[in-house]
Design a protein around this ligand. Structure first.
Ligand SMILES: [Zn+2]
Length: 413
């Protein structure tokens, strides 16, 4: 690395990740830290203590997003921000989201160690509920901050047990008073593990994200009718689960059709009612997700899924309708941020590649209100949303050092 570039303390970063890995530990190497759970509270408390020990002012907004601020010389200027999430999937790994937060903390700690002042303030944000593993939609905190979800919608959302976001947020003590979107960011950079195999397979340690995948999500209601599983003739059944099954395989086939160009499709969730032996199900709900690097093809896949719904409904003699839908990935990345990252990487002698993001991230929401860029670091074999998720410190450090040096460059502009 170029001798003028600053370097973070790798061991301290690793220790922070390992300490986080003890909170909500699952199956030895994984984490289950659902948003607004006791484990999430413990991690939030730990983070706030670390940020305060690093001299930051910590504030919490109305949906529980946490902001740790390191003042700038001209503190009235908009901050250079970074951040990610500390909530995890149901069977999550130790690095998804956590690496981005701990890297941001390490940026601040390193600037303290080196006695570096910046012209602009630096803000490190922990976004509430990125994964959507308990309350939906995913990226709730960053979407609300960016004005894409209303405060009321977030606070009223419920988990599978009917517990309300607002009540759970108050229970863990993170119902903050800071107004949503109160601060303006000059730029927002997020570091994240790639969650795919590209960097690991190619053997390059740093990815500068230049575009996303267009992604569509649908919640589909299948409605049939209950009946006895014995006497009801086959041709008189309206089995909602059979309709759902036809659709699941059709959605999978659509993914395979577009696989050569990088398309993919998934039905990750199904619920069924009454879901009991002896009775034909009257209702099924599916969540369907499909993605493609070309936005027009992703839209074409949406049309194909709708056609498959009509076919599956007819085959199973049931009704199907889309009851909720969302999409993201309309290129939210800023050319200025991409250039700042690439210029800094070149100056530091960091070998990087341009890469696409295939997952959703908080950065997408922030990209709508501020210039935004992302750095990817490798995870072993691309395994993520799995307790086996793992990283190598040596292959992670170039990306974290790129975050540090780019943030300082931007904060002194
Ligand atoms: Zn993540």
């Amino acid at each position: 690395m170029n001798k003028n570039a600053m370097e973070i303390n790798g061991q301290r970063l690793w220790d922070s990740l390992e300490a986080s890995g003890q909170i909500g530990k699952l199956r030895g190497t994984g984490l289950r830290r659902l948003p607004l759970s006791d484990a999430n509270k413990e991690m939030r408390d730990t983070f706030c203590a670390w940020a305060e020990a690093a001299g930051c002012t910590v504030t919490v907004d109305q949906v529980g997003n946490i902001f740790a601020r390191r003042p700038g010389r001209d503190d009235a200027l908009p901050a250079i921000a970074t951040g990610s999430h500390l909530d995890t999937q149901m069977c999550g790994g130790k690095y998804d989201g956590v690496l981005g937060v701990m890297s941001g903390l390490e940026v601040i700690r390193t600037l303290n160690d080196l006695g570096v002042e910046t012209k602009r303030p630096i803000e490190l944000v922990v976004w509430s509920n990125e994964e959507g593993a308990r309350f939906t939609p995913p990226m709730q905190g960053s979407l609300a901050f960016a004005g894409d979800l209303s405060l009321e919608t977030v606070l009223a959302s419920q988990d599978a047990d009917g517990l309300r976001f607002a009540d759970e947020l108050r229970r863990i003590g993170y119902d903050g008073t800071r107004e949503l979107g109160e601060s303006e960011f000059e730029a927002y950079l997020e570091l994240h593990i790639e969650q795919g195999p590209v960097l690991d397979r190619i053997g390059i340690d740093t990815g500068i994200v230049v575009a996303g995948f267009k992604s569509h999500g649908l919640k589909i209601q299948v409605t049939g009718n209950t009946a006895h599983v014995g006497p009801t003739p086959m041709d008189e059944r309206q089995n909602a689960l059979v309709g759902a099954a036809h659709l699941i395989t059709a959605v999978d086939a659509i993914g395979w059709k577009h696989h050569p160009q990088g398309g993919k499709s998934t039905t990750p969730h199904i619920s069924c009612f009454p879901n009991l032996p002896g009775i034909i199900p009257e209702s099924a709900q599916l969540t369907v997700d499909f993605r493609h690097p070309e936005p027009e093809i992703a839209d074409q896949m949406l049309a194909e899924v709708k056609a498959a719904m009509a076919e599956a409904a007819e085959k199973a003699n049931v009704k199907m309708e889309i009851i909720d839908s969302w999409s993201f990935g309309d290129n939210p990345f800023s050319d200025d941020c991409i250039k700042a990252l690439a210029d800094t990487a070149d100056a530091m002698g960091i070998n990087y590649m341009e890469i696409r993001s295939q997952a959703g991230h908080d950065a997408y929401a922030i990209g709508k209100i501020a210039p935004m860029g992302m750095i990817f670091t490798p995870c072993t074999a691309g395994v993520s949303h799995n307790v086996e998720e793992s990283i190598e410190l040596d292959r992670t450090l170039p990306g974290v050092n790129l975050l540090l040096n780019t943030m300082v460059d931007l904060a002194n502009r």
